[in-house]
Structure formats: structure tokens, C-alpha cells
Design a protein around this ligand. Structure first.
Ligand code: NAP
Length: 246
């Protein structure tokens, strides 16, 4: 029986685990970082928690006799992907990176792309009276809250580390979201800019439609580049085929 490790934490990772579970010739283990308090679990065997860097992951792959590794983590899970590339090259276990496509601006969108959260902060710092819809994750809240002339509606799955800054209101929620809901939030809180990471996918894309409709500018943080040597696909079906062909 071939043994497959999926590095997960995304809807695509769960879909891949479900698709591979149908194959009796495969044993699939999904791995979660263990950060979200009540994660949506994939079908099949699940392990949680870090491996201890690239070396820890390499040791785990050998110990568990893994034949194929799929990194289906979030496009911004940069350290995990770097570990996966390094562990694959150290052990010879073949690696596939599964990443949903990024978002693209269309007609009527007013997006400004930046390469880092810090660059987004710098852009905001140059503007007056920003009321920000912040969806870049709870760990980025302190970075934005340090700006003097900014109010934040910070939405995240789990609460940020307390204390919540006085210029922020935290909204705990988990997608999928609707355009109506996003429009209502933008209006209710008089938001005048959206700051988001280019996560891609449909679960959280409604905010972009609402922003377009309401003429809200968007600061879009680009994905970190993939490490060289990573073999990339952007659809679950392609990852299923790769595992089967291996
Ligand atoms: P990260 O910065 O790349 O990872 C930090 C460390 O967390 C890694 O070095 C690894 O620890 C551990 N880790 C991450 N993903 C893991 C996994 N699937 N299984 C076991 N250990 C894992 O990643 P992150 O941005 O903190 O994201 C953590 C998880 O949340 C990912 O699995 C990702 O898919 C999910 N997620 C992230 C985002 C985001 O915006 N970043 C959004 C939604 C979901 P060791 O070095 O000890 O192995």
C-alpha cells in the first residue's frame, strides 16, 4: 500500500484527502498545524502539530515510510512549504505543491498590489482617516493597529492575542461569506479600504465583489514566491492524478 502525506489546513487539502480515500491502494495521512481551535477535519487519518522544521519533517517521512508528499497548505504558509521542499530533496520523497489560483482584478476593481504586509502598512500610513476591513489574519493585527490614523474591522477565525487594540473591532467568523453580508459589513462600519492577502478561492472572494460594487479600494498582498524546485498544480484533480501516476 502506498503511503501519502498531505500537508493541509485548506479546503483543497480536505478535498484531496476525500478523493484519495476512495482508493483502497492508498493510505492517506493529513497533517494540520494545530493552530485553529476547532478545525474542519479531513477524512481519514489526521495528525496535528509542527514537525520541527525541515529536518523533523524529513525524519517523519522516513519513519512513516511515506511514498508521496503533497503540500496543500495555504499559499501564505511559507515556512511549511519551504520545509516540504527541503525535506523532499533530503529524502527523495516526491513532492507536489497544490495551490489554488490567485485572484485577478477585473473591470471596476481598484486594487493595489503589494509584496508584503509591511508594504500594505506603509501604503495606509500615507493616507488619512482609513477605516480598514482587515482580513490578513489575526497575527497581523498589531502591525496595522500601530498606525495612528486608522480604525480596523479585523476579521479572523480565532481571536487575536489580547489585548485588542483600542482602534480595532474584532469580528470572529469563518467563511464562506456572501456578497450581501460583506456589503452590509462595509456599510455598517463605514469602511473605506479592504486589505487582504491573495488567498484565492471562492470561500472568501465575496468581499472583493462587494468592494467592487461599493467602489472600495483594495490593497492586495501578493503571495510569497514558491521555492525553486517545487512542482506546482492548481487543481485538486491534477493532484489526484499526480498521486495515482506516482
Ligand atoms: P507557516 O508559517 O508556513 O508554518 C509555521 C510552522 O507551523 C511550520 O514551520 C510548521 O512547524 C507548522 N505547520 C504549518 N502548517 C503545518 C501543517 N499543515 N502540518 C504540520 N505543521 C504545520 O504556516 P502558517 O501561515 O502558520 O499556517 C499554518 C496552517 O494554517 C497551514 O497548515 C495553513 O494551510 C493554514 N492556513 C494558513 C493561512 C495563512 O494565511 N497563512 C490561512 C488559512 C489556513 P514545524 O516547522 O515545526 O514543522
Amino acid at each position: 500500500m502506498r503511503r501519502v502525506l498531505i500537508l493541509g489546513g485548506t479546503a483543497e487539502a480536505r478535498a484531496l484527502a476525500a478523493a484519495l480515500a476512495e482508493d483502497p491502494g492508498l493510505h492517506v495521512v493529513s497533517s494540520l498545524a494545530g493552530r485553529v481551535s476547532n478545525p474542519r477535519l479531513p477524512v481519514g487519518q489526521v495528525r496535528e502539530g509542527g514537525f520541527g522544521g525541515a529536518e523533523g519533517l524529513a525524519a517523519w517521512l522516513v519513519e512513516e515510510r511515506i511514498d508521496a508528499l503533497v503540500d496543500a497548505t495555504h499559499p501564505f504558509a511559507e515556512r511549511m512549504t519551504a520545509s516540504a521542499v527541503a525535506a523532499s530533496s533530503a529524502t527523495g520523497v516526491p513532492l507536489l505543491v497544490l495551490r489554488r489560483p490567485g485572484w485577478r482584478a477585473g473591470e471596476g476593481d481598484s486594487w493595489q498590489r503589494v509584496d508584503s504586509l509591511q508594504a500594505a502598512v506603509t501604503l495606509l500610513a500615507a493616507r488619512d482617516r482609513q477605516r480598514v476591513f482587515l482580513t490578513t489574519g489575526r497575527r497581523s493585527l498589531p502591525l496595522f493597529a500601530s498606525l495612528p490614523d486608522v480604525w480596523l474591522l479585523a476579521r479572523s477565525v480565532d481571536p487575536p492575542e489580547p489585548p485588542v487594540p483600542p482602534n480595532a473591532h474584532v469580528l470572529l467568523a469563518r467563511g464562506p461569506y456572501t456578497v450581501e453580508g460583506e456589503r452590509a459589513l462595509i456599510r455598517e462600519h463605514h469602511l473605506n479600504v479592504l486589505v487582504t492577502k491573495d488567498s484565492g478561492g471562492t470561500m472568501t472572494a465575496a468581499k472583493l465583489v462587494a468592494a467592487r460594487e461599493l467602489g472600495l479600494p483594495v490593497i492586495m498582498v501578493n503571495r510569497p514566491p514558491l521555492p525553486p524546485g517545487a512542482h506546482l498544480v492548481d487543481a485538486v484533480e491534477a493532484a489526484v492524478a499526480w498521486v495515482h501516476d506516482g
